[in-house]
Design a protein around this ligand. Structure first.
Ligand SMILES: Nc1ncnc2[nH]cnc12
Ligand SMILES: [Zn+2]
Length: 330
C-alpha cells in the first residue's frame, strides 16, 4: 500500500502525549532561549540519544526533555507544531494528553501551559476546522494525593478538559492506587482513560476497567494473555489505543512482525492506531499505519477499518462520529 492511500484517509488520533511531540529542534531552541544546559552538543546528538531499553529508560529522557518548556509561548509552539503535523497527515480530530505534574512539580502552573495549549487549539480550529480535546493525565509514579491536588488545581480549566488519564511507570503502580481520584473525576463528569497492559500484566487492565471505570484503555496489548479479558473487552467494545512504533521502540515487542494489533482487529476488538510520543519513537501517526502495512501486509480493508475505529473510539458526539465514518465507508 502506498503512503498516499494512508495520508488521504481522514483519521483521529486518540493517544498522543503533547510532551512526547517535542522534536529535538524545538527542544534545542528552547534550551537556548531559557539557558537550560543539556547533556547534548547538537540536535543530532539529541536524536541519537533516543534509544530505549524499556518504558523507564524512555521516561527518564522524556521528563528531562520537557524541562525546557517554561513560558506560555513554549506551550503554544509545542501544541501548534503538533496540530500542523495533524493537518499534513489528514488527522481531523485529536484527543491530546498532557501531564500537568511534569510542569507543576518544577513551578510551571496551569496558568502558564493551559492558555498556550488552548490558544493553539483555537487557531487550528479557526484556520482549518480541525477539532481537538484535552486529556489530563496523572503520573502514576506519584501518589494518589498528588493526583487529587492536580485535579483540584485544574478547576479553572474544567470546561476545556474532556477526560482524565493515567500514565508514566506502569509496573509497580497499579490502577488500584488511583481508585478515589478516578471516582472523583467521574463524579465531575470527566471521561476516563488509563495506560494499562503496555508493560503491566492483564490484571492491570482488569483493574482499570473495574476499579477506575475507564472508557478506553491506552495500549492494552497484553490483554491477549487472558482469554476472559479479551472476550470482555470485545463484548463491551472497549477501545484500545494501540501505538505500534512505541511498542517496538520500548521493546514491548522485538519486531513489528510480532505485533498483535491486526489479530485483535480480526478478533473483533475496537483497536485504533496512534503515535504515543512521535518525536521519540521515530514516526508520526501515518508512519505507524505504514509500519503495519510494511511488516504485517495490512490490507486496505483493515486500514479503512482502523481509521473508522479511530472515530468510533473517540469522544466526539455521535452525529460527528457518524459523519466521518460515512466518509470512510465505501
Ligand atoms: N508510552 C507511555 N507509557 C506510559 N507513560 C507515558 N508517558 C508518555 N508516554 C508514555
Ligand atoms: Zn502513552
Amino acid at each position: 500500500m502506498n503512503t498516499e492511500t494512508i495520508s488521504q484517509l481522514p483519521k483521529a488520533e486518540l493517544h498522543l502525549h503533547i510532551e512526547g511531540s517535542l522534536e529535538p529542534e524545538l527542544l534545542w531552541q528552547l534550551a537556548s532561549k531559557h539557558q537550560v544546559s543539556l547533556p547534548y552538543q547538537s540536535v543530532e546528538e539529541i536524536r541519537a540519544a533516543y534509544q530505549f531499553e524499556d518504558l523507564q529508560s524512555f521516561l527518564d529522557i522524556y521528563y528531562q526533555g520537557a524541562s525546557v518548556l517554561r513560558d506560555e509561548e513554549d506551550f503554544y509552539q509545542l501544541m501548534w507544531r503538533y496540530l500542523c503535523r495533524c493537518r499534513e497527515q489528514n488527522i481531523v480530530h485529536a484527543e491530546i494528553m498532557f501531564d500537568p505534574q511534569t510542569h507543576t512539580e518544577r513551578g510551571v502552573g496551569f496558568e502558564v501551559f493551559m492558555p498556550g495549549f488552548l490558544r493553539a487549539i483555537k487557531d487550528a480550529e479557526s484556520q482549518w476546522g480541525m477539532s481537538a480535546m484535552l486529556i489530563m493525565s496523572f503520573l502514576r509514579h506519584l501518589s494518589e494525593e498528588e493526583a487529587m491536588d492536580t485535579l483540584e488545581f485544574a478547576k479553572p480549566y474544567y470546561a476545556h478538559i474532556t477526560a482524565v488519564g493515567l500514565d508514566s511507570s506502569e509496573v509497580g503502580n497499579p490502577p488500584s492506587k488511583f481508585e478515589r481520584v478516578f471516582a472523583r473525576a467521574r463524579e465531575l463528569g470527566f471521561k476516563c482513560v488509563a495506560h494499562a497492559g503496555e508493560e503491566g500484566p492483564p490484571e492491570y487492565i482488569w483493574q482499570a476497567i473495574k476499579l477506575l471505570g475507564v472508557d478506553r484503555i491506552d495500549h492494552g496489548v497484553r490483554c491477549e494473555e487472558d482469554t476472559e479479558l479479551m472476550a470482555y473487552i470485545k463484548m463491551r467494545q472497549l477501545p484500545l489505543t494501540v501505538c505500534p512504533l512505541s511498542n517496538l521502540k520500548l521493546r514491548v515487542i522485538s519486531a513489528m512482525q510480532q505485533h498483535n494489533i491486526l489479530r485483535l482487529l480480526e478478533e473483533g476488538l475496537l483497536v485504533t492506531v496512534n503515535s504515543d510520543d512521535p518525536a521519540y519513537f521515530g514516526g508520526q501517526l501515518n508512519a505507524n499505519y505504514q509500519a503495519l502495512c510494511d511488516a504485517l501486509d495490512m490490507t486496505e480493508v483493515q486500514l479503512r477499518q482502523l481509521a473508522i475505529n479511530s472515530f468510533k473510539a473517540s469522544f466526539l458526539d455521535d452525529s460527528i462520529k457518524q459523519k466521518w465514518i460515512n466518509t470512510l465507508t465505501p
